[in-house]
Every structure is written in C-alpha cells, then in structure tokens.
Design a protein around this ligand. Structure first.
Ligand code: NAP
Length: 307
C-alpha cells in the first residue's frame, strides 16, 4: 500500500515527487509511455527560472528525477492501463500489476496530436515525427515540412533549419497562435518558407516505407498540389492523457481534468498536476508549480486523516 502514487514523470510529476519524498511519503512515480514528458522532447529551455544560460529539456527533467530519488522517491517503468477510483484505497493497473494507494496525483500530461491522415500513422518513424529534437538529425540536407501555427511549430521549424536544406511551415490559417517573439524568429529565418491557408491532404509513400512527399491544398483557392518532402513533423498541439479515468474523473469535453480548486479533482484523495489539467499556460514552470501544489495537498490530506 502506497501513501501516494504519482502518474507521470514530466515536470509536474517529478516536482510532486520531490515534495512528497521530502515529506517522507515515499512516493511511487509511474513513468508512463513518454517518460520525462514534454521536456524530454524539447531542446533548449530558456525560460525556466534559475538557468540564466538556459538548459536542455531532457537534462532539466532528469535533474528533477535525481532530486526526487535523493529523497527516496521510487520510479516505475510502464503506463497505467486501468484505474478504479470508486473507493479507497485507489487501485491502478500498471501493465500487469495492480497497485494500491491512499492518494493519487494525476500528472499524466498531454500527448502529441496527429493530423489524422490515413498514411500518417503508417509512416510514423519512417519520415513522420512529432519530435524535432528526437528526429531532426536524420534529415540533414533534406526537405523538411512542419505542420502547425503555434509556438511548438515555430520552435520546431527553427530548430529543424539546423539540419534541413529547407523547412516548409504549413498552417491552416493565415494568422498564428504562436507568440510574437517565436513567430518573428521563424519569419526572420531565411530557411523557413511559410505556406499559410494550407492543409495537408495526404502523405506519400506507404509502399516505399518512407516519406517522399505530400499533397497540399490551399483552403482559399482550393489549389491542390504535390510537394517533395523527406521529413514531416507534426506540431499541432496535444491531447490530455485521461482516457483511463474516463467516467471516474470530471473532465472538460476535450478530456482535460476539471479542477475543483487548488489541485483537487472531484474525487477526494485524487489530485491533478500539470498539462493534464492546464490548457492555458502549459509551461514547464507552471507544471512544476502545479506538482508542488498537488504534493502539498496530499501531505495535508494524509495528515488530516492521521497517516
Ligand atoms: P497550440 O498553441 O495549441 O497550437 C496548435 C496549432 O496547431 C494551432 O496553430 C492550430 O491551428 C494547429 N492545429 C491544430 N489541429 C490541427 C489540425 N488537425 N490540422 C492542422 N493544424 C492544426 O499548441 P503548441 O504550439 O503545441 O503550444 C502549446 C503550448 O505550449 C502553448 O501555450 C505554447 O505557448 C507553449 N509552448 C511554448 C514554447 C516556448 O515558449 N519555448 C514552445 C512550445 C510550446 P489553429 O490556430 O488554426 O487552431
């Protein structure tokens, strides 16, 4: 029986682990399918306070993990496949193992959203990617395309110009969700070519087992054309990882947990932290702050119950 199980090992989960471990609660952290969360697939992080020269995302999140382990947090590989939050202790299934816990912190984050094209899934890892930091290296001197109009798309496009001969940025509108500084940086990069009001209709070539090109359509003129592409990077946002809690935890229509104040969910003893609840700020520092809040709530909750 655990005092607290933390689902997710990104900034939110790892910070919750630091705090609950330091409080002597011996937290168990379930790492999840995407261990380290979004930071593990980010390059330079320039806006996490305390690092005036910036720090690499994977290094930052690994540091948090080490810090939690120093105080006795345990980390477990695997993902939560089932959960029973109907009574306490709560029960969760990690791969084949059922685990019981007095409290739960859901810090399972949000995963990459895909465009949804039939060939997209078939070509993941064969030219289609959601992670420029992971896969950019493979496209040295090649033609790269990035889809999206937010900060992620700008960041990925800029990063990918280190490798690609050219980077085409495809966005379905002609105005951008990206912040001005990120958009300006991308626009000032001579290697990035913007294709606005444009959607991707298909990706080739499944038979060859690699990306060779895409079919594009201008949504204003309806002009359709094919374009050669070697690396296709999708940066169109994320989907919260709450499917295993469906029907048990209150979420909004997109699956983001609805906070009941502080880090509380509608289930007493279950708390949230990070991107799984936050569709507004979604920063490393806000996720860490939320992890801290959830940990403090767990401490107070268990103390009030006399544990
Ligand atoms: P986002 O801000 O939600 O932007 C998603 C983009 O993808 C939007 O431009 C959206 O188009 C487009 N999109 C969504 N679904 C699509 C579809 N099916 N087909 C084509 N395009 C689609 O997501 P994000 O860029 O991942 O950013 C998430 C958060 O992280 C933001 O708060 C951002 O500021 C933050 N972030 C910060 C940094 C940084 O500061 N270094 C870096 C990355 C991310 P529409 O605009 O038309 O809806």
């Amino acid at each position: 029986m655990h005092n607290v199980v933390i689902i997710g090992s990104g900034c939110a989960g790892n910070t919750a682990a630091v705090y609950t471990a330091r409080a002597g609660l011996k937290p168990l952290v379930i790492k999840g399918r995407e261990a380290g969360g979004q930071l593990s697939i980010t390059s330079e992080v320039e806006n996490f306070p305390g690092f005036p020269e910036g720090i690499l995302g994977p290094e930052l999140v690994e540091n948090m993990k080490k810090q939690a382990e120093r105080f006795g947090a345990e980390f477990m590989h695997g993902a939560v496949l089932e959960a029973d939050l109907s009574k306490r202790p709560f029960r969760i299934r990690v791969e084949d193992e059922w685990i019981e816990t007095l409290t739960l912190i859901i810090a399972s984050g949000a995963s990459a959203r895909w465009v949804g094209l039939p060939n997209e899934q078939k070509l993941i890892g064969k030219g289609v990617s959601s992670c420029a930091t992971c896969d950019g290296f493979f496209y040295r001197g090649k033609k790269i395309m990035v889809v999206g109009g937010g900060d992620s798309a700008m960041e990925e496009a800029n990063f990918l110009t280190r490798f690609g001969s050219e980077v085409a940025l495809v966005h379905r509108r002609d105005t951008f969700r990206a912040s001005k500084i990120m958009l300006d940086r991308a626009k000032a990069n001579p290697k990035i070519k913007f294709l606005t009001d444009t959607v991707v209709e298909d990706i080739f070539d499944v038979e060859k087992g690699e990306v060779t090109g895409v079919k594009l359509r201008n949504v204003v003129t309806n002009h359709v054309w094919d374009q050669d592409v070697d690396g296709f990077f999708v940066a169109i946002g994320h989907i919260p990882n709450t499917a295993v809690f469906r029907g048990q935890i209150l979420t909004d229509e997109d699956g983001y947990i609805l906070s009941q104040g502080g880090a509380r969910t509608n289930v007493t003893g279950v708390f949230h932290a990070g991107d799984v609840q936050d569709r507004t700020y979604r920063q490393a520092i806000t996720a860490s702050g939320a992890g801290c809040m959830a940990a403090i709530e767990v401490e107070r909750f268990l103390e009030a119950e006399g544990h």
